[in-house]
Design a protein around this ligand. Structure first.
Ligand code: DI6
Ligand code: FE
Length: 412
């Protein structure tokens, strides 16, 4: 069968992140998908579609588009005041127990109009795109009532329509106990399971379901009820697990075949072994660890030993990770958690796509995947995790279209 291309990118560097693997490749795009990839010298004869364009990568390094698999990108207000209080000695848990923290963002998000939420989130998302992101997960969880959770998820969907990035939505109704249910957590869980989740899923707003399973949030038994409700609707689950303590969250997640367990600073070997058996991805969120000045690191060596894939994400949220830089997050994963550069890159691509259950669409440069890739003006891919406060991202291509930066057309 003859190869027909809408675009051809030549003169790209490609490898697993170390210089010695560098080789110049070409990448052909058709219908927004990767139609051919390989060493330039092996490019077969192909037919040019009417609008065919050819680009010279000028020796830039190419990676798959980065995949942000854990964000709370849509929210009202910000928590700079809480940052001050934590600097003055208050802990995240103290502030949460006193009704601040997540609940202060809930109050601001309930008040904000849909337009205002969109206007605040769009520039955040543009920053992620400018650093190579082509797919992002966005959670609800600052509404904690059906109206506001729906509003957040609609804004997330709209971001995906208006900006050149693929958005996956996650319902996190069980993020915190809303003030009107104080002292009645089981009744709130009932509301989430019986009303909110079926309603929002029925509106097509929910791609996955998450729970914050923690001492200051929801118990294992309450989390399990949410997972059962998700299972009834055929929705995949994931979990904020073992961030501040270990109450058995990740093991519950594995019993429900969770796509991912996220944070995991307090995970122990039995948790990791269960994740390995269930194929659950470990999503590491080093920016939250950094911002909270945590000292307990996730058990990276155990994840390696048990073959649990490690993904990385910003956790972008107004409380514990006001972070909009995937590259800074990669640096933190290496510097604070001890990942190698190659692990950090895989964590932002292949494993992040797997954490979203979308490895067939994103995260690798293979024929048939979305033509989502980023070009980097670096001498080796180690520079992606090496520079702080600078982005060497030269161009971002999504579904075959240049969505950030410039690229040279060429006739060669
Ligand atoms: N864990 C986190 O790190 C974020 N949510 C969660 O469950 C924090 C959200 C916030 O503080 O606003
Ligand atoms: Fe989070």
């Amino acid at each position: 069968m003859s190869l027909r291309l809408d675009a051809l990118w030549r003169n790209l560097n490609h490898g697993d992140g170390s210089e010695r693997d560098a080789s110049r490749i070409a990448l052909g795009v058709a219908d927004g998908k990767i139609a051919w990839i390989g060493p330039e010298a092996e490019l077969p004869a192909f037919e040019q579609a009417p609008e065919f364009a050819q680009y010279d990568g000028a020796g830039a390094w190419v990676t798959p588009g980065l995949v942000e698999c854990h964000t709370h990108l849509v929210f009202g207000g910000n928590r700079a005041d809480e940052f001050r209080r934590r600097l003055a000695g208050a802990s995240y848990e103290d502030i949460a127990r006193a009704g601040g923290g997540i609940l202060s963002t809930v109050a601001a998000t309930r008040k904000a109009s849909e337009d205002a939420l969109f206007a605040a989130a769009a520039p955040r998302l543009r920053r992620l795109i400018a650093e190579g992101v082509t797919a992002v997960e966005i959670k609800s969880g600052y509404g904690l009532d059906a109206r506001t959770e729906a509003k957040m998820l609609r804004v997330a969907r709209l971001l995906g329509r208006e900006l050149p990035v693929t958005v996956y939505t996650t319902f996190l109704g069980a993020h915190a106990l809303p003030p009107e249910y104080r002292g009645r957590p089981d009744e709130y869980i009932e509301l989430v399971c019986a009303d909110m989740l079926p309603l929002l899923a029925g509106q097509g707003l929910v791609d996955a379901v998450d729970v914050f399973c923690e001492n200051i949030a929801f118990s294992v038994a309450q989390s399990e009820r949410i997972f059962q409700a998700a299972a009834r609707l055929g929705l995949p689950v994931k979990m904020h697990a073992e961030q501040l303590s270990n109450i058995g969250a990740s093991q519950l997640a594995t019993r429900y075949g969770a796509l991912s367990a996220d944070h995991l600073e307090h995970a122990v070997e039995a948790d990791v072994a269960a994740m390995s058996r269930a194929g659950t991805v470990a999503v590491l969120l080093p920016a939250a660890y950094y911002c909270l000045r945590e000292t307990k690191r996730p058990p990276v060596e155990l994840f390696r030993r048990h073959g649990v894939p490690m993904a990385i994400s910003t956790d972008c949220n107004p409380g514990t990770a006001p972070v909009l830089s995937p590259l800074l997050t990669m640096n933190m994963a290496c510097t604070l958690f001890g990942l190698t550069v190659e692990e950090a890159l895989q964590g932002y691509t292949r494993h992040a796509a797997r954490a979203l259950g979308r490895v067939h669409l994103h995260g690798t440069l293979e024929v048939g995947r979305h033509a989502d890739f980023a070009l980097w003006d670096v001498d080796s891919l180690a520079e992606l995790a090496y520079w702080l406060g600078a982005s060497p991202c030269a161009a971002v291509i999504r579904h075959g279209q240049i969505v950030h930066g410039a690229a040279k057309s060429s006739d060669c």
